[in-house]
Design a protein around this ligand. Structure first.
Ligand code: G4P
Length: 189
C-alpha cells in the first residue's frame, strides 16, 4: 500500500535493526484517515473470504480493525491481554510470549463472542515473531471456528512470523512488508 509506505518513510524511525517506531500515526497518535484507507485495502482483499467476524488484539490493532469492520459491515471483537489466568469457564485463554517486550500475557476471548460457525479475519498492527497471531489462531480454533485470513498493517519480513503462519497454510495479507531496518534505513520488499 503506497500511501502507508510513504508515511513509514516520512515519519517512521528505525530504533534498531529490529524495531520500527511509528508513533505519529499508528501506535500513539492515530491518523484516522490513513486507518480508513487501510480498512479499504483489507476490505478489498478479504471481501470474498466469507468472513463473519473480525478479531484484533488490544491495543494498536483496534484502529485499523474498526475501519475494516465498518467497511465490511461485520462485527469486531478485541482480544484482551490479561496478566494472570482467570479460568472461570466463560473464556478461552492462551499464553502468548512477546519476544519484542520479553513478557508473557494471557490472550483472552469470551465464549459469548464466537461460535463454531464463525470464519474469523484476524487483523493486527505489526507482525514480528507471529506469537500474537498464533495465540489468536489458537483461540479461534479452540472454539471450533475457522481462520479466514490474517491482515497485517506492517510486517517485519526479516523476522520469522510470516513464514511460520504461511507454513501452517494461513492466508496473510500485509500492507507494508519491511525487508531491512537500520540506522536511517527502512527498506521494503
Ligand atoms: P509477535 O506477536 O509478532 O510475536 O510480536 P511481538 O510479541 O514481538 O510484539 C510485541 C508488541 O510489540 C506488539 O505490541 C507489537 O505490535 C509490537 N511490535 C513488534 N515489533 C514492533 C516494531 O518494530 N515497532 C513497533 N512500534 N511495535 C512493534 P503490543 O504489545 O501488542 O502493544 P500495543 O498493541 O498495545 O501497541
Amino acid at each position: 500500500m503506497e500511501l502507508l509506505k510513504k508515511r513509514i518513510l516520512d515519519e517512521g524511525k528505525a530504533l534498531s535493526e529490529n524495531v520500527l517506531k511509528v508513533d505519529s500515526f499508528l501506535n500513539h497518535g492515530v491518523d484516522a484517515k490513513l486507518m480508513y484507507e487501510i480498512g479499504t485495502e483489507f476490505k478489498n482483499y478479504f471481501e470474498k473470504h466469507n468472513v463473519t467476524k473480525i478479531f484484533t488484539i488490544e491495543s494498536s490493532g483496534i484502529a485499523p480493525t474498526v475501519m475494516t469492520a465498518m467497511q465490511m459491515e461485520l462485527p469486531m471483537v478485541t482480544l484482551k491481554k490479561q496478566s494472570s489466568k482467570i479460568l472461570n469457564g466463560e473464556v478461552y485463554q492462551t499464553t502468548v510470549h512477546s519476544f519484542t517486550k520479553s513478557l508473557d500475557y494471557q490472550l483472552t476471548l469470551s465464549k459469548k463472542y464466537i461460535s463454531e460457525d464463525d470464519n474469523i479475519l484476524i487483523i493486527d498492527d505489526f507482525l514480528a515473531n507471529g506469537e500474537a497471531a498464533l495465540g489468536a489462531i489458537r483461540l479461534v480454533e479452540e472454539a471450533g471456528a475457522k481462520v479466514a485470513g490474517i491482515g497485517i498493517v506492517i510486517e517485519k519480513s526479516f523476522q520469522p512470523g510470516r513464514k511460520l503462519l504461511e507454513d501452517k497454510g494461513y492466508d496473510i495479507y500485509s500492507l507494508a512488508r519491511i525487508k531491512k531496518l537500520g540506522k536511517d534505513l527502512i527498506e521494503f520488499i
